[in-house]
Ligand binder design. Sequence first.
Ligand code: S3P
Length: 206
Amino acid sequence: MPETVSPATPASPEAEITAALGTRSVVLIGMMGAGKSTIGRRLSARLRLPFLDADSEIEAAASMSIPDIFETHGEPHFRNGEARVIARLLDSGPAVLATGGGAFMREDTRARIGAKAVSIWLKADLDIIMKRVKRRADRPLLQTADPAATVGRLISEREPVYKSADITILSRDVPHEKIVDECIYALHGWVCGGAGKLASNTLSHS
Ligand code: S3P
């Protein structure tokens, strides 16, 4: 009897990505209000990976809110804790990890992300950021006389560094799943080789 071989079911783009990632994580970077947690949570569901939020993990490790850490111990203390927490989370991959806006500015953190993850910069412009950060008053860096000027300054200081991320996705006011689709498409090109190998219409939420 000839052996019958059933045709292989094509793997989904998401499954191909997680297979190619191995133990590497996907790290979302970018300014506050860029949508790192919102998009990260949805991306983790699509990739069937755990979602980790560095800010929440820092708060849990310190048993304190971020505004309280800033107020009681100051920003340098927060930044050291942030770098330690992100190092630990990267060692527990694979996961989708949303980082705070300042995390990627540290060289040691950037090097760790480069070694243990694929980074996605969610790039948002000033107007979008201001619209979104107005909804919450828990960002210590924005407790200034002119928050828009502060965000503008942070954007110009940080964007030259953010742009060294592996992938850049424009964060804008479109349905979240559209941004997630774009992340999946770009990740597939990055980790599975050959940008454009995956037709965008093969994505389940296009
Ligand atoms: C910060 C961003 C915040 C938080 C802290 C400092 C920053 O996180 O880590 O308030 O330096 O931009 P989000 O980017 O998640 O708001």
